[in-house]
Design a protein around this ligand. Structure first.
Ligand SMILES: Cc1ncc(COP(=O)(O)O)c(C=O)c1O
Length: 395
């Protein structure tokens, strides 16, 4: 273990030197002169807020990458999830199945809609929702009545499930959709971390009823803050557009709002950054894959202690966050491992605290979560900025 820490530190020191950095964050955006140019252009236009040509241009470009029929850009991934749940018809006190390993936004978005989060388990290899456990859950704990899935214990409707593609790796989304269809449950894909990731050549976020992306500063491209809703159906895209623009009717001067809506549309200035970020996006994907190979070479000789997470065989990952899983017998060494790097200002990170263990979420229902509990102690994310994938990067 000590030898591996030394080897990794040699790599990190080299990278700090090459990139003239005092510390190595977990993930940094790459901001280039393209971004400066695009932002200047937007500023010059005077349209920095809800009107301007960059929003539709950005949506068009995301549409081209994902091949989603419709893309609606929003202020962040969290608001996209909040709207996605409305698009699948979530009503007060209905349940939504979601993994316990994940960012807080998934659970929060259910609560924003007065729904009930219900935690289910994940797979050991790539941390996606576990299709076998899901099937068993539906078989034993639910019944279908009047085309609705009912939780036999709570008697509540289970309206939807949220599949998270964790760290950019594909969940077994095709299997999960089949199961969900059988039990009359709608599927939302949280592809916040997965721009540029595919499952058998189909972009993540385009399988379910609705998918979402995030363009937060820590993602593979950034708009500062930003997100997007992906859907195949025009009616849902129109509804998403209305919901994210306060349901304001198009009119030259009148303020007519047909229903309760939100001010969630991505501002033009953020979209301008998104447009230029996409210029270097393909290069980022290559660099991230290079970084995976670098880590693989460094880490593979130490397979007795830990394994580096590789993309699932049926998919192509964007390798957003590079991840190692400690062998069970070394899970007690996790904090030692974290400390050894933090001391040197290399900010590796454990996985999120499990959602069902967050105080305000403890009261909500949960299935058996043995895999999530087991992995929480063992997952570590390594520094993953794209520039680590080459010797130097023209910032
Ligand atoms: C899996 C996942 N879902 C949702 C979000 C929320 O996105 P945002 O930060 O843009 O609101 C994030 C991260 O930021 C995420 O990692």
């Amino acid at each position: 273990m000590i030898k591996l820490i030394q080897k990794l530190n040699i790599f990190f020191n080299k990278q700090k030197k090459i990139n003239k950095l005092k510390q190595l964050p977990l993930h940094e955006p790459i901001l280039t002169y393209h971004d400066q140019k695009s932002l200047k252009k937007c500023l010059k236009s005077g349209y920095v807020s809800s009107v301007g040509k960059f929003v539709s241009l950005f949506e068009k470009k995301i549409k081209k990458i994902t091949k989603s029929n419709f893309v609606v850009a929003t202020v962040n991934g969290t608001s996209s999830l909040q709207i996605a749940l409305q698009l699948v018809g979530l009503k007060k006190n209905e349940e939504v199945l979601l993994p316990s390993i994940g960012f807080i936004a998934t659970a929060n978005s259910v609560l924003y809609n007065n729904g009930i989060p219900h935690f289910v388990d994940i797979e050991m290899n790539h941390f996606g929702m576990n299709p076998d456990k899901l099937q068993k859950f539906f078989e034993t704990k639910t019944k279908v009545k009047n085309n609705l899935c009912i939780n036999k214990k709570t008697t509540r409707v289970i309206r939807a499930l949220i599949v998270v593609h964790v760290f950019g790796h594909s969940a077994q989304i095709r299997k999960i959709i089949k199961i969900a269809k059988k039990y009359k449950v709608r599927v939302i894909e949280d592809a916040a971390e997965a721009l540029g990731s595919f499952n058998n050549r189909k972009h993540l976020g385009t399988f379910g009823d609705v998918g979402i992306l995030s363009f937060n500063g820590n993602k593979i491209i950034t708009t500062g803050g930003g997100g997007a809703i992906l859907t195949k159906r025009k009616s849902l895209a129109n509804k998403a557009l209305n919901l994210t623009t306060t349901f304001r009717k198009k009119h030259k001067w009148d303020y007519i709002h047909n229903k309760l809506g939100y001010n969630f549309r991505l501002p033009n200035i953020n979209a301008a950054l998104g447009v230029s970020q996409l210029i270097t996006f393909k290069k980022n994907l290559i660099l991230k894959r290079n970084l995976f190979r670098i880590y693989k070479k460094l880490i593979n000789p130490y397979k007795n202690y830990l394994t580096l997470v590789e993309e699932p065989p049926f998919s192509k990952s964007n390798y957003w966050l590079q991840t190692v899983v400690l062998k069970e017998e070394f899970s007690k060494k996790r904090n030692f491992f974290l400390n050894e790097f933090h001391k040197k200002k290399v900010f590796i990170r454990p996985v999120w605290k499990l959602l069902h263990k967050q105080k305000f979420l403890m009261k909500f229902p949960k299935d058996n979560l043995s895999n999530s509990e087991n992995l929480e102690k063992r997952i570590i994310n390594l520094p993953s900025s794209s520039y680590l994938g080459i010797k130097s990067y023209d910032k």
